[in-house]
Design a protein around this ligand. Structure first.
Ligand code: ADP
Ligand code: TYD
Length: 204
């Protein structure tokens, strides 16, 4: 199999990082190499984004959307640790990619503009597969509350519902151009992992 770029999408607390870990283990167990990564990154621009999310620096929703575009291009194109570099030798699994921008920023600013602003990332690094882990927003909020003492900017029930709807809208709009798979995430971790493993094995 050629090396694949797979993006995991879902609202906050949907189980993306749990499933990335499980898929990476299975891929390695199968004798192939894999790099796991995430957005916002923990590089310069990603850190700036986290400062905005934790209210250390105030920025407009348009500015935040722009910061994510910059962080994503850095994530993709960095000559040493960029995803394109990694793809030369291994599979890449990313926790969030450009559909996160369509969904999270499309709630606040025009989604067509967000898509346009992400065009360079899509043309240079289109994901081979986007896996959407679909979980009831109320369940996600409970998981978030069980695990954290502070809640970030977008983590309210109202917003999770709106973001989920925006994801569905974006998937519908892009269904002819992107490879999108929806997975029912309201199940046990292992059941979800089995389904994702079979999606991976079915890739060419
Ligand atoms: P995300 O990366 O999408 O924010 P996580 O993988 O961190 O989500 O999961 C959020 C929380 O929910 C974690 O405490 C995790 O252990 C738990 N969790 C993940 N998947 C499931 C599942 N299928 N059922 C119940 N709890 C889960
Ligand atoms: P993250 O730390 O990955 O949160 P979680 O583990 O709960 O998914 O992401 C932080 C927040 O960043 C999350 O609420 C979604 C948001 N986000 C955007 O608003 N736009 C984007 O383009 C991306 C990649 C993430």
């Amino acid at each position: 199999m050629t090396n694949k770029l797979i993006a995991f999408e879902g609202i906050d607390g949907s189980g993306k990082s749990t499933q990335i870990k499980k898929l990476a283990e299975k891929i390695k167990g199968n004798g192939e190499d894999v790099y796991t990564t995430f957005e916002p990154t923990d590089n310069y621009i990603g850190k700036l984004i986290r400062d905005v999310f934790s209210y250390r620096y105030e920025a407009s929703q348009e500015t935040i959307a722009g910061l994510f575009v910059a962080d994503r291009l850095d994530h993709l194109l960095h000559p040493e640790h960029g995803m394109l570099k990694m793809l030369e030798t291994k599979h890449v699994l990313t926790d969030r990619y450009y559909f996160s921008s369509y969904a999270y920023h499309g709630v606040h600013v025009d989604m067509t503009w967000v898509m346009e602003a992400n065009r360079m990332a899509v043309s240079k690094g289109k994901a081979d597969l986007h896996i959407f882990i679909d979980v009831n927003p109320e369940i996600c909020l409970k998981r978030i509350h069980n695990n954290r003492t502070h809640i970030e900017m977008y983590e309210t029930l109202d917003n999770l519902i709106r973001v989920r709807n925006q994801y569905l809208l974006a998937f519908d709009q892009m269904k002819d151009r992107e490879n999108i798979m929806m997975v029912d995430g309201n199940r046990s971790e292992d059941d979800i992992a089995e389904e994702i493993w079979s999606l991976f094995k079915n890739m060419e």
